[in-house]
Unconditional design. Sequence first.
Length: 244
Amino acid sequence: MSSSQTRRALVTGGSGDIGSAVCRRLAADGCEIIVHANRNLDRAQDVVAQIRESGGRATAVAFDVADAEATQAAMAELLLAGPVQIVVNNAGVHDDGPMAGMSEAKWKRVIDVSLHGFFHVTQPLLLPMARTRWGRVVSVSSVSAVLGNRGQANYAAAKAALHGATKSLAREMGSRGITCNVVAPGVVEGRMAESAFSSEAIKQLVPAGRAGRPEEVAALIGFLCSDAAGYINGQVIGIDGGMS
């Protein structure tokens, strides 16, 4: 890809374990990366520094994807520099607990970030993307949205909603050279998995007998964002070591 054709890629939740791996992968593939964080701007800046050290191009932004006005302002600012042709919706929060005892606030916050955040970020980018006749929208879901998981009714609901939205968006944007897909990781190494699963539990849950690596998820997302994946559209692809 020549520098005149460098594609800009926004990765929400780009400072987390999977998000930072995706940022590094897309940067290695020649994209200019916009690393998004909510509160952890320092962590996003660390990812930017790593990308720049490797010769890539990256900047960091911070806003709450659940806040419609803040996100709208941030997207308008990003679009001043031209279209964003790749968006990876990776921002998400867990707030687990059985539904019988779940507060309305706990239900809504999880859905606000994953589902409303997807809309707030993606919607303003679509028409500028469509004018370029090329685009990639990849949303990160979870095996919980496919299988269900105790204590995660809110999280599974939020992520499963991305499946329906993505399949619909794929039909709307497919003729413009834009693909929209979901990846649904299982247990992946990092802060979230370490607090939730022992290595014994992982061996029982996952046919592969191990947790996935963030780099493995990033490799799948990198492929979906490439020219080679132009005919893969409207799919939910599990990356879970055989769990689903």
